[in-house]
Design a protein around this ligand. Structure first.
Ligand code: SDX
Length: 380
């Protein structure tokens, strides 16, 4: 009897799986990947090492890490067919849509229905981690009317991505900061896109479909898409002095402050704290950004207004300021989130397959009672 069911909008507080990948304490602002704190990982690890940890469950040995890095390096190139397909995409299309389509297209190239084969799983992991950055960089050059450039084997994962995007070798500090951003975004338990990945995975479809559905989910402004909207909002506010009146208006009109609020955190997101420090490091080295003053003022003015409701900056609030200082166009911020989150999605894909049952929740029916058909001429 569906009348006895209690609906939890947005599945708030409803566990949908057991998981050993990520732990969040939303009252203390703590985030752990496989038991390691985000503070320590972002200081000591690299994105590829963190991805390995998330996906396989343990930190790699030196040999395992070297092999993993080499495999990723070997698979960074795209088939000419994928590049040619991307050349047909409209240049005005959003890069998240380009990424979703290109990621899904990998399913055309690699056999399906082999997901019980450990080699297939390993190769799919390598391909997705290796090729997603290349796809984003390729779309960036293609939409400017240029041919994509090939990855460079002498560069690290992050410096190679920045090189493919800008056609220039980047300052090693910029590449290191970027790599730390990737660590910070790699995993976050049952967020919307990861849930989407798990739902898709639970049908035993191929991993490229799993990642494509997650990319589509991440794109929305309530989720990963917020990092792009934050910069637009800061530019609209223009000066630190305008922050208070902007907030008062937004609260009066019940509009959302982008980059604020979180289902899990009732304090400032620990990733926002680290991202703010990374932004400051970049400003010291490469020059200030006046939008940072606007952001700080907005955060300060938000504390008395939204703090009592547990609404503080989330991961998307400061990340855009970091990417902007690295010269990255605004509509690539969410695709960059995807480069990183693919690690978490793949970890959840594997975990889902390890104890799978298809997701098939129920509903509370609120429609019409059974009724008689009305023929076309009798309808009003
Ligand atoms: C990410 O889940 C994850 O882990 C996601 C993520 C990850 O790593 O995967 O952390 C990445 O998606 C970060 C979030 C990016 N989105 C935004 O910055 C968009 C703005 N924020 C929100 O819309 C909102 O806070 C969400 C979507 C993040 C969370 O939504 P919830 O948990 O459904 O909360 P809600 O919308 O029901 O809000 C609860 C209350 C409401 O007030 P009341 O109606 O109870 O009075 O808080 C208010 C909301 O109006 N509120 C906000 C607000 N966020 C919540 N008010 C103003 N501005 C905001 N940003």
């Amino acid at each position: 009897d569906s009348n006895k069911l209690i609906l939890k909008p947005g599945l708030e507080g409803v566990p949908v799986t057991n998981s050993s990948i990520c732990d969040i304490d939303g009252n203390k602002g703590k985030l752990l990947y496989r038991g390691y704190s985000i503070e320590e990982l972002s200081q000591k690890s690299s994105f590829l090492e963190t991805a390995y940890l998330l996906i396989w469950g343990e930190l790699p040995t030196a040999i395992q890490l070297r092999d993993f890095e080499q495999e990723v390096q070997m698979h960074r190139r795209l088939s000419f067919r994928v590049r040619d397909m991307m050349k047909c995409f409209p240049a005005t299309g959003h890069p998240m849509d380009a990424l979703q389509s290109s990621a899904a297209s990998l399913g055309l190239f690699y056999s399906r229905r082999a997901i019980d084969d450990p080699n297939y799983i390993y190769n799919a992991v390598i391909r997705l981690i290796a090729k997603i950055p290349t796809m984003i960089a390729a779309f960036q050059l293609i939409r400017k009317g240029q041919d994509p450039i090939q990855p460079r084997d002498d560069l690290t994962y992050s410096s190679n991505f920045l090189y493919m995007l800008t056609e220039k070798e980047q300052d090693p500090i910029a590449a290191k900061v970027f790599d730390r951003c990737l660590i910070l975004h790699a995993e976050h338990s049952l967020n919307a896109s990861t849930f989407s990945a798990r739902v898709t995975a639970s049908t035993l479809t191929d991993p490229y479909a799993v990642i494509a559905s997650a990319v589509g989910t991440l794109a929305g402004p309530l989720h990963g898409g917020a990092n792009e909207d934050v910069i637009a909002m800061l530019e609209e506010i223009k000066t630190p002095e305008n922050a208070a009146s902007f907030l008062d208006n937004a609260i009066k009109n019940k509009s959302k402050i982008m980059g604020f609020g979180h289902r899990e955190y009732k304090v400032k997101d620990p990733r926002a704290i680290i991202l703010q420090k990374l932004a400051e490091e970049l400003f010291i080295r490469f020059g200030a950004d006046e939008m940072y003053e606007v952001a700080k003022s907005l955060e300060a003015e938000a504390i008395p207004r939204l703090g009592p409701k547990g609404i503080f900056p989330n991961v998307d609030f400061y990340s855009g300021l970091v990417y902007r200082k690295l010269g990255i166009p605004r509509d690539l911020f969410t695709p960059i989130f995807a480069i990183s989150r693919v690690a978490g999605w793949l970890a959840h894909w594997r975990e889902q397959l390890g104890a799978n049952r298809i997701f098939r929740p129920s509903q509370i029916y609120t429609g019409s009672a059974p009724r008689d058909w009305i023929s076309l001429e009798n309808r009003k």
